[in-house]
Design a protein around this ligand. Structure first.
Ligand SMILES: C[S@@+](CC[C@H](N)C(=O)[O-])C[C@H]1O[C@@H](n2cnc3c(N)ncnc32)[C@H](O)[C@@H]1O
Length: 307
């Protein structure tokens, strides 16, 4: 048992059951004891040692807050790992999309940081979002959208910020970008992206100059190039202004052209963002009837790009 749904489902189910039964235990000491027992049972059900360590560290982290009563502790853990029906809905979209079957790649999973096959720090657990691939139909539409601007693919580098298993890099390669770069914090995901890029074989591919860089996007050195930056929700709110402040500082010192594409996130309202103009806000309703997932995308361009 190793996949996302299994680990999270087991953890959440067991903790929700415990939460209901907690009333049967008198005093915090007894409650903590039964909580520990339930957690130990959950670890037994995970067959990947690295994931067990990550889950254990995450739980110990919550437990280290002595001010939390066991009930609050359980609530906090459930809140931070349970995304309700989101993974199920993504599965429906992925099944329709069939991207991996069509291309013999591995991109279609939904994985929290703690589920990756690598040890993660508490900082990663708290500040870094899960991996989920961009729906390919949406991504393709976005790529066509930008072609309406004063824009030639050949003059631009495409950068996916938080590139995961590399699906968007592969789809971007259907356009003749000068270069394509993926930035990803996870070595595990980046390794899969690297393999996907090497085995990707499509007659539609127009750019093979693809590089993946395993680093924290917050420390990334922006290239002196005209660039399309793509963001599919890579940062939680409290992290994104750091990234965009750096990008805006960089933008103000260069004449290069920048296009920022956001799927499910938007340019935070920070000083200096008048360098960018909102050009399009697009609501995708494609999958709503089947999965009830709605997507919104926003495209900003630097003020030196004409309509
Ligand atoms: C929602 S997924 C998007 C995946 C990919 N862009 C796509 O479109 O298929 C967000 C990704 O951002 C990565 N990530 C989160 N914070 C990051 C950071 N500070 N630096 C680099 N990657 C990060 C996560 O590991 C995850 O793979």
């Amino acid at each position: 048992m190793n996949s996302k749904t299994d680990i999270v489902t087991v953890l959440v189910t067991e903790l929700k059951d415990l939460s209901k039964n907690l009333i049967n235990y008198k005093g915090e000491k007894a409650k903590r004891k039964v909580f520990r027992k339930v957690c130990d049972d959950v670890y037994q059900k995970i067959d990947n040692q690295i994931t067990i360590t990550n889950v254990r560290n995450m739980i110990e982290h919550f437990m280290s807050d002595q001010s939390l009563k066991t009930k609050e502790l359980i609530k906090g853990i459930i809140k931070s790992v349970d995304y309700g029906n989101f993974p199920k809905r993504v599965k429906i979209i992925e099944a329709l999309d069939n991207f991996d079957k069509r291309h013999q790649t591995i991109t279609d999973q939904t994985l929290e940081q703690f589920e990756l096959n690598e040890l993660i720090s508490l900082e990663r657990f708290n500040n870094f979002v899960r991996y989920v691939p961009s729906p390919s139909r949406l991504f393709n539409k976005l790529m066509c959208f930008i072609s309406k601007y004063d824009f030639e693919y050949e003059d631009y580098t495409f950068i996916d910020v938080g590139s995961g298993m590399g699906r968007s890099l592969l789809l971007a390669s259907h356009h003749p970008f000068e270069k394509i770069i993926g930035i990803e914090i996870s070595e595990y995901l980046n390794g899969i992206a690297y393999q996907n890029i090497n085995k990707y074989d499509s007659i539609n591919q127009k750019c093979v100059n693809i590089e993946t860089i395993c680093c924290d996007a917050l420390n990334f050195n922006f290239p002196e190039k005209n660039t399309v930056y793509y963001f599919y929700a890579p940062f939680p709110d409290h992290m994104e202004s750091h990234f965009f402040r750096r990008l805006i500082d960089f933008t103000s010192e260069t004449n290069n052209k920048f296009i920022l594409i956001f799927l499910e996130s938007s340019l935070p309202d920070i000083p200096g963002s008048e360098l960018f103009r909102l050009r399009s806000s697009i609501n995708f309703e494609d999958f709503v009837e089947i999965s009830s997932l709605r997507y919104n995308a926003k495209i900003y361009t630097r003020d030196n790009i004409k309509f």
